[in-house]
Design a protein around this ligand. Structure first.
Ligand code: COA
Length: 322
């Protein structure tokens, strides 16, 4: 059975925070942030939850595909910032959508989450177990940031993106992906949850915010993303010149331009939105895909390559005909 993306959608919190806004509350500047990352602003939640944003993105993806919530058989939400540990964000989205016929669960692969989730949906659809899925990346990272850590909090934003995928007998069966993890490097991008505190054991209190070794993550991204893209192109039996558009994780403009140079493909093949929305972890790729779909940068029939990297460490890439 063959998987095809039939609809896309995205949702951002209303509140836009510029670099100048950040410079009013911490020792930073628009120039420092722009030069090192390419980011100028990001949307920060003033109450919108992961579930609100994910549900809105799903409704738009369903509308775009001409489908109804009751048609959906599987909902996968990639997130590292759900409001509650149980139930999953995916089950909460299912309830809000009234998608009563869907199985729903979350996937935590951080910024690679959308590619991991899309790979999972493809495996289920190819096996014949499900005929369609909503695949979502949704984050409210602002609540797990340490707003005193200017080297990290300036990078991230909140938002959600979704795609509706369906088994399609007539589609070229060309969705192809690779996913990898390196748990031994987990400490370079890390966020504890709650401490254990019970009658038998009490853990020392820890700081519950994201901590990141920015230089290590940068080196990892610059070395692994091109290798991962090359691996998926080889697996799909195509070359970088066959790709019409590279929809990559939006962590840092310098990382994307280094890949553009290495591949000798101009920046016009690498659409970017991190200048407006920052790094939204698992939501980055699907929000960018939705924007590109709606503004005509990505059109039906185009060969799309995606690649993501992030905490875990995790990394993955996919190629497919849109
Ligand atoms: N504003 C102003 N100065 C800042 C700052 C900020 N927001 N953040 C850090 N600095 C300062 C540091 O304190 C340091 O000062 P010092 O030299 O006096 O000690 C200096 O700038 C350099 O800091 P450093 O952390 O070495 O900067 P960098 O050039 O490595 O850039 C990142 C930092 C985070 C932008 C860069 O490492 C990066 O993009 N890494 C990848 C992170 C990423 O993509 N993570 C998400 C993965 S999904």
């Amino acid at each position: 059975m063959k998987m095809r993306i039939l609809g896309t959608g995205s949702s951002l919190p209303k509140n836009l925070v510029t670099n100048d806004d950040l410079a009013k509350i911490m020792d930073t500047s628009d120039e420092w942030i722009r030069e090192r990352t390419g980011i100028r602003s990001r949307h920060i939640s003033t109450g919108e939850t992961v579930v609100d944003l994910a549900t809105d993105a799903c409704l738009k993806a369903l509308e775009n595909a001409g489908k109804k919530p009751e048609d959906v058989e599987l909902i996968l939400v990639a997130t590292v910032s759900p409001e509650v540990s149980i139930p999953s964000a995916a089950c909460q989205v299912q309830a809000k959508l009234n998608a009563d016929n869907a199985a729903a669960f979350d996937i935590n692969a951080a910024c690679s989450g959308f590619i991991f989730a899309l790979t999972t949906a493809n495996a289920y659809i190819q096996s014949g177990m499900f005929k369609n899925a909503l695949v979502v990346g949704a984050e409210v990272l602002s609540k797990i940031m340490d707003w005193n850590d200017r080297g990290t909090c300036i990078l991230f934003g909140d938002g959600a993106g979704a795609v509706y995928v369906e088994a399609d007998e007539n589609a070229e069966n060309d969705f192809c992906s690779v996913i990898h993890s390196n748990g031994k490097k987990g400490v370079v991008l890390h966020c504890p949850t709650r401490d254990i505190k019970n009658p038998w054991y009490e853990q020392e209190e820890t700081v519950k915010f994201v901590s990141m070794d920015g230089r290590e993550v940068f080196k990892f991204a610059v070395s692994q993303v091109p290798l991962c893209l090359e691996e998926v192109l080889e697996k799909a039996n195509i070359t970088k010149d066959d790709v019409d558009m590279f929809v990559l994780h939006q962590a840092n403009l310098r990382i994307i331009s280094s890949i553009s140079k290495r591949y000798e493909r101009g920046m016009e093949f690498f659409p970017c939105n991190m200048d407006r929305v920052g790094n939204m972890s698992s939501a980055s790729i699907p929000v960018l895909l939705d924007e590109c779909h709606r503004n005509g940068t990505v059109k039906k029939g185009m060969k799309i390559a995606m690649a993501g990297f992030g905490a875990g460490l995790t990394y993955g890439a996919a190629v497919f005909t849109f």
